[in-house]
Write a protein that binds this ligand. Structure first.
Ligand SMILES: [Zn+2]
Length: 462
């Protein structure tokens, strides 16, 4: 079977792109720009996830390259969370955390080498994909989209990445969805926007909407954007030319995504659905370019993977230009939406409103491909806890690493054991003890043992 490694060539738009919805809606805009104050209790809710986008590669978070002019402009009229972290270093569990307000152990959508539920090969037609197995999000979870549908919202989700395929459960509650992207490279932002604009165009004007867009362009394979200006040289370019080329292409993809993010903002404005909307832009995890001797993302909990961009534009631009230094986690997105929309959080939500977070937690689990590539040492789960500026990374095999992130953001100098670490470890253990993995159905359990046998036959597990 073909492995569709590369997406079709991405071209930099030559002329300013005017989405159809903009043209269609420019005329009535003057009269219908505002949905009226009586509806402001139910603001439109837009959640935009920037896949694989490192916060430190965005201008708003201090990057020296012009990767994100549109996002930077948006951030100036929004609240920027300077210390935000994801809950997991890959797409499925991090998105599940955003939409359930729970950590991976609690929502259960996570790598599981023995999981019988779903493998990515059901979405992607290439053989190695069968080894990327994960539990899908359980139907018993209350998702953001379901909570909003209960309040009369019209919901739509448009995803560039394959883990947001309906097969993995993240689409629960979305009335309009894209099928899973069929190539490893995912759907480009230009294609997503075309679909989003068409959806916006047919939205009923008297119902609030919730839109989820997952831009996947920054995810590997890294690809140069045809027709785009080369990125300016970094002040300290990577010494390895191959890695330097990867970073150049990655940054170019972020700039391409940012361009389309800007077009989405313009389309929302033209539709009169921007000013009073709650708009959240967040990255789901980062990427490694040789730091710690590793590349890409998946089974580690380094800061390059966990630090997230998180930028929230409140309805009417309230608190615009605020930069918040309190620690937040992407599990706090659901409480932010609940605050603005005014719904009660479901039981079991581990997110809290910003300002109330004590501990930031992330989790990584092994997958069969990592075991095969890196050996038995990767047969471990990792859990990290941050209480700024301290970070603890604990392995299920017993190892513990402790860092002070303000002095050592690259986690290069582990600190010795001490009272700070023991206190952090105790708090993490207490939190873990409170987590309850969701019940798995009998069907899933049966499938699980069958998968285990298949994996054993293939030599992935002993
Ligand atoms: Zn992702």
């Amino acid at each position: 079977m073909m492995w569709p490694l590369r997406r079709p060539a991405l071209r930099w738009p030559r002329v300013p792109f005017i989405p159809g919805v903009v043209l269609a809606l420019l005329l009535p805009v003057a009269v219908s720009n505002c949905r009226g104050t009586e509806e402001s209790a139910n603001p439109d809710v837009v959640l935009i996830t920037l896949d694989t986008t490192r916060a430190d590669h965005l201008g708003v978070y201090g990057y020296e390259r012009p990767t994100s002019p549109r996002l930077d402009a948006f951030a100036r009229e929004a609240v920027v969370y300077e210390r935000a972290w994801t809950t997991a270093p890959w797409t499925l569990p991090s998105h599940a955390s955003m939409i359930t307000g729970k950590y991976p152990t609690s929502h259960g959508a996570h790598y599981d080498a023995k999981a019988g539920n779903t493998s990515i090969s059901e979405v992607l037609s290439f053989v190695p994909a069968a080894n990327f197995r994960a539990n899908r999000l359980g139907e018993g979870e209350h998702t953001l989209a379901e909570l909003l549908v209960e309040r009369g919202y019209v919901t739509g989700a448009f995803a560039g990445g394959h883990w947001l395929a309906p097969e993995f459960g993240l689409m629960q509650g979305y009335q309009t969805t894209t099928a899973g992207a069929r190539s490893l490279a995912g759907r480009p932002a230009s294609e997503l926007n075309t679909r989003v604009f068409a959806w916006l165009e047919q939205l009923p004007r008297d119902s609030p909407f919730h839109l989820l867009v997952n831009y996947f362009d920054a995810h590997d394979p890294y690809q140069l954007i045809e027709g785009a200006e080369p990125m300016p040289e970094l002040m300290e370019p990577h010494p390895d030319p191959a890695i330097r080329a990867q970073i150049d292409a990655y940054d170019g993809e972020i700039r391409y995504m940012d361009h389309h993010l800007g077009e989405l903002f313009e389309a929302l404005k033209a539709a009169g659905r921007y000013q009073d909307s709650l708009i959240i832009v967040v990255s789901d995890h980062g990427e490694l370019f040789g730091e710690h001797g590793q590349f890409k993302h998946g089974p580690w909990l380094y800061e390059e993977l966990l630090r997230a961009a998180m930028i929230v534009r409140l309805p009417a631009g309230e608190a615009a230009g605020t930069r918040v230094r309190d620690a937040v986690s992407i599990v706090d997105i659901l409480p932010i939406v609940a605050q603005e929309v005014g719904f009660v959080l479901p039981e079991g939500v581990e997110g809290v409103p910003p300002g109330r977070r004590e501990l930031v937690v992330a989790e990584a689990r092994p997958h069969a491909v990592a075991l095969r590539k890196f050996g038995e040492s990767m047969n471990r789960s990792l859990t990290s806890a941050i209480r700024w500026p301290f970070k603890l990374v604990a392995s299920s095999r017993g190892g513990r690493d402790f860092f002070r992130l303000d002095d050592d953001p690259g986690e290069l100098r582990p600190l010795g054991l001490g009272a700070e670490m023991e206190s952090l470890a105790a708090d993490l253990e207490a939190l873990q003890a409170s987590m309850r993995a969701p019940e798995r159905s009998e069907r899933a359990k049966a499938a699980s043992s069958e998968t285990e046998e298949n994996l054993r036959a293939l030599g992935y597990i002993e």
